[in-house]
Design a protein around this ligand. Structure first.
Ligand code: SF4
Length: 442
């Protein structure tokens, strides 16, 4: 039976949990803490590393190493509108402008191009895992050459199958052992099993709280917008193994839980439509991305990018298998399944796709994934040309036109479905509904 769709939400924001700072403020401090600790280590003459976002960082934590994250640094630089300048600096060094914008920003910064975006110490060693994408390998090899420093590489081949074969796990365990030896040589210390286990426990605690926070988007209306999650990407990337991140995300989940009870939301507009937003956001243009959605009552209640960084495991073999899964390293079947499950759980009536020029492995899979959505979910899908870092590849006017087109189709379908007493969203059985009866609409 179709569930009632509530279109008005109270004009109130979630309140912080009594006795605590708002979760967003706590989490802002967490990333600053990670970079602050790296600077302090540098000043003490200790080694500081740069790591790709999904390197098994638990291994480095067993040696108390301080590590910062070029992808996070590049995203912040882009958001602070200094990305284009660094992209162009990398192009002047000879790098093609078709290379990912994160890599160009990072290579320019590594070569000495300054930026005021986020202060990040230069690296003494590198940790790279190509589960994010294969371009990562060349990016880190180039930084290793620029600084003449060691590169510790974990190779995770693309997942051609839905399941992770045991031989692949064996291959990864062998590489973990090799990386541990390299880290022992680098630091002159022995691998500390207890510190490793503690780091794994903290990573799992953070992932659980992060996924719980993401899951609140399944409520109708949602107590948050997917854009809130984009604001916390730095924390889940840079601080997965920090207790402070786990505490911050647990607080965030509690705030959303409280919102459900009190009828509040960070999305302060009528929720006329709920959509899936696909891809990394265009960091230099978050406002232009958000505005037309806000103006048309389109809330983003499903995103692939955010939960992709929440993964849990019980032991070393499960850990190896978990690291095999990232948006650009899984086969189309897995990619479709992730997104369609989320669409069914969260309830959407359309999708908006960023054909991100920087991220070719992601964008390359999208035409087939879009085709499957239309076939399996019966939703309209609209895409736009964008870029996570290089603003030359995004046009506000094109984006506005595409959003308008999507809204028109969703308006028409919604009216028809409501007239027929049908469910508007792809929520099927799992979507929870907020009980607004106890709240006052302001
Ligand atoms: S944005 Fe895409 S191309 Fe760039 S590093 Fe990430 S996965 Fe690779």
């Amino acid at each position: 039976m179709a569930k009632k769709v509530l279109e008005k939400i109270p004009g109130k924001k979630p309140r912080p949990i009594e006795g605590h700072k708002p979760a967003a403020a706590v989490l802002r401090g967490v990333v600053d803490m990670v970079y602050g600790k790296a600077w302090e280590a540098k000043k003490r003459g200790e080694l500081v590393g740069w790591s790709s976002s999904k390197f098994p960082i638990e291994l480095a934590k067993a040696f108390d190493l301080n590590v910062v994250y070029p992808e996070n640094h590049a995203a912040t630089t882009a958001a602070k509108k200094d990305g284009l300048r660094l992209c162009q600096a990398a192009e002047d060094m000879g790098y093609d402008n078709d290379i990912c914008g994160y890599a160009r920003i990072s290579l320019a910064f590594a070569a000495g191009e300054p930026t005021d975006s986020r202060k990040m110490p230069q690296p003494d060693f590198l940790l790279c895992c190509n589960n994010i994408c294969n371009m990562m390998t060349k990016w880190y090899e180039n930084i290793a050459r620029i600084h003449n420093i060691p590169l510790i590489m974990v190779d995770i081949p693309f997942s051609n199958t839905v399941d992770t074969p045991e031989e692949k796990v064996d291959y990864l365990i062998g590489q973990f052992d090799h990386a541990i030896k390299q880290l022992e040589e680098l630091t002159g210390k022995k691998f500390d099993e207890k510190k490793f286990e503690d780091a794994c426990a903290r990573a799992n605690r953070t992932a659980a709280a992060w996924l719980k926070s993401c899951n609140y988007m399944s409520y109708k209306p949602s107590p948050l917008s997917g854009f809130d999650l984009f604001n916390h990407m730095a924390d889940i990337v840079a601080a997965r193994c920090e207790e402070e991140a786990a505490i911050g995300f647990e607080l965030l989940a509690q705030e959303f839980e409280q919102s459900i009870k009190e009828g509040t939301s960070t999305w302060e507009y009528p929720e006329e439509h709920r959509i899936l937003f696909e891809g990394i956001p265009c960091w230099p243009g978050l406002r232009p991305l958000f505005e037309p959605l806000k103006n048309n009552g389109v809330n983003v209640t499903a995103v692939v990018y955010a939960p992709a960084f929440g993964f849990r495991y019980e032991n070393i073999r499960e850990m190896a298998a978990a690291y095999c899964k990232a948006p650009c390293s899984v086969c189309i079947e897995t990619g479709v399944e992730w997104r369609e499950t989320m669409a069914k759980e969260n309830g959407i009536s359309g999708a908006l796709v960023n054909y991100n020029r920087s991220c070719k492995p992601w964008s390359g899979a999208m035409p087939e994934i879009e085709r499957r959505w239309k076939e399996d979910l019966g939703i309209p899908v609209v895409h736009f040309d964008g870029d996570q870092a290089d603003e030359r590849n995004f046009s506000t006017e094109q984006y506005n036109t595409r959003v308008q087109g999507l809204v028109e189709i969703m308006d028409e379908r919604k009216a028809l479905r409501m007239e027929n007493g049908e469910e508007v969203y792809t929520n099927f059985e799992n979507t929870k509904e907020t009980d607004w009866s106890k709240t006052t609409i302001e």
